[in-house]
Design a protein around this ligand. Sequence first.
Ligand code: ADP
Ligand code: MG
Length: 335
Amino acid sequence: MGEFDLITKYFAAERLRRDDIVVGIGDDGAVLRCPPGMELVVAIDTLVEGIHFPADTAPADVGFKSLAVNLSDLAAMGAEPAWATLALTMPRPDEVWVADFCQGFFRLAQAHGVALVGGDTTRGPLTISVQAHGWVPAGQALRRRGAQPGDLIYVSGTLGDAGLGLAQRLGRCMLPSEPLGGAAACVARLNRPEPRVALGRALRGLASAAIDISDGLSADLGHVLERSGVGARLEVNRLPQSEYYRLVAAENPRCFGKSLVSALPACAFFALTAGDDYELCFTIAAARVAELESVLANVGCAVTCIGLIDSEPGLRLSLQDGHCLPFEPTGYAHF
Ligand code: ADP
Ligand code: MG
């Protein structure tokens, strides 16, 4: 199957109509209409086989995740997703692989009303770049900068489950088999992260700063602190963990590897530093927490207050025993 047949059969077959698409797949570029009064938000992320996903990952999971990580970036900006482009590089024109990839990709695209409007198809080591486009009312994009001393720090969902899923996938640990489905749920968190789009939208005009957690909470919160010119104190015992995560901590703590900070249990270090959570971390003025609670009813995920912004630069951890220790943001970095 040739390049153009692949494009026609799998990418151009119209799956989602949006009336803001003037020209879609099939021309030299897409022509798109942004609603009046809105600003365009653009994000791109690349997944490389062997680096971002193990080589034996199901193509449908790769398809899902390649879009999910971009929608997560849009969510962190408070944007409404609308369109995506896809640059696909693969060693050979593997139709079975592409069909399966599309199944995962379009499943998430449809769930969020995102239309694929263009792309590029080339030969080379398996690499997927997706660019997502969305919009926000002018001036309302959420930013990394803007956190103020006294603001509360929140995180959505739970931390570290995807990290456990990766440890299991790489054979670094054996997750407990009971309760049934616990280990599979961790692998699902790794392969099919649910971008927190509704939460991001609800945080417009409410959060003082936001970021999505791709490289680990401490590393990504570190970006917010740096951009905002502030510091933070996190309560270690408030870090949200799933029930299964706590069970692993009790039964098989070796799954978390080693803590690089002696006073910190490995399961807490892992929750702070493992990547692939794709939760949102945001800050909000204490006076606006009641408003936050009122919008949460419609966003479909829980949020947890984990600490406080202060004016002293850097990140500090409050431990259960009352001790406070400085923590160097640690997470995944390519270089
Ligand atoms: P060009 O030669 O102008 O770069 P291409 O031949 O690469 O155009 O692509 C033809 C059309 O198919 C373009 O509209 C392009 O956006 C679209 N396209 C190519 N590859 C993909 C893909 N993987 N996903 C979606 N659209 C694609
Ligand atoms: Mg091209």
